[in-house]
Design a protein around this ligand. Structure first.
Ligand code: MF3
Ligand code: CO
Ligand code: CO
Length: 290
């Protein structure tokens, strides 16, 4: 492959000469690669204009989740949440990414209690007092994607359920501290799994976070059980989600054979999840959607 010449325009789309833009950055990556580090491809490093677009998608995604936060309550169906997300997404100028994604039939995922993720909204599933529910919203704005989910404790939930929800959120906030430029992707899963295991819970292994922004699911895959100092180097311009699924019982999960989407805990224990979309910058992480 032909390398970018020093006086060519930079690959990042800034319009500047390569030598005045990403040349030093690329040399740094090359040196890390020579030292045996796994470095991201350029396709995993967003350009300034892509970052602007994804940041804006994040603002809209946050607004939609804020509307869910203000309205969700016992007595509503998960289909009502779907309607709320769908209508507000369109009103705010976005497209709900889940709708028709690989055949997914709705505009949002609603995962209650022992449902780990990818729960399909259903007019017959009424949200009850004592339920814990994850609402996972992904929005496309001007072609850019942002992805985040929040947990809700409906009415009076058991202290056990409340703790699971709180500890899961805390694990994401701890992981955020590891989202440093020139750190390792494995540090994220390491802090999450250490914190979760210390609280007596388990972490789902089969489903991870993912690069996001130009498409729904991009590289890299983000494991929530990792080893410090391993996996890909974190580089400014990378955007990915951290979205651990934490089970009160065993880690094992199973997919619903009838709908092909819903993921349950095999032992029917409670499961919680929080998801942020995170940008790596030289000055630390920027949460684009939460
Ligand atoms: N939003 C989920 C994630 O965090 C993916 C849902 S795929 C869908 O990656 F089709 F179920 F929407
Ligand atoms: Co995601
Ligand atoms: Co999501």
């Amino acid at each position: 492959m032909l390398r970018t010449g020093r006086n060519d325009v930079c690959w990042c789309g800034s319009g500047n000469k390569y030598k005045n833009c990403h040349l030093a950055f690329d040399q740094r990556l090359e040196n890390y690669a020579i030292m045996g580090e796994e470095v991201p491809e350029h396709s995993m490093i967003k350009t300034p204009s892509q970052i602007q677009g994804i940041r804006h998608a994040g603002v809209i995604n946050n607004q939609i989740l804020d509307i869910v936060s203000e309205n969700i309550k016992a007595g509503m169906s998960t289909e009502d949440i779907n309607t709320l997300v769908h209508e507000n997404t369109i009103r705010l100028g976005g497209i709900p990414a889940p709708l028709n994604f690989e055949g997914y039939p709705k505009s949002v995922c609603t995962s209650i209690n022992e449902v780990v993720c990818h729960g399909i909204p259903d007019p017959k599933r009424i949200i009850k007092d004592g339920d814990i529910i994850n609402v996972d919203v992904t929005t496309i704005v001007d072609g850019f994607y942002a992805d985040a989910s929040r947990m809700y404790c409906i009415g009076k939930v058991s202290p056990e359920a409340e703790k699971l929800v709180r500890v899961t959120k805390e694990s994401v906030d701890l992981a955020l501290k590891e989202c440093k430029a020139w750190g390792h992707l494995g540090d994220i899963g390491a802090v999450i799994s250490e914190y979760i295991y210390a609280n007596g819970y388990t972490v789902v292994r089969e489903i991870g976070g993912h690069g996001v922004g130009i498409a729904f699911h991009e590289e890299p895959w983000v494991s929530h059980i990792g080893t410090r100092g391993t996996d890909m180097l974190l580089v400014p311009g990378m955007i990915f989600t951290v979205e651990p699924m934490v089970n009160a019982g065993k880690a094992d999960v199973v997919q619903d054979s009838k709908d092909g989407w819903t993921i349950y805990t095999t032992d029917n224990s409670l499961s919680a999840q929080w998801e942020y979309t995170i940008l790596i910058t030289e000055d630390g992480p920027e949460v684009l959607a939460r």
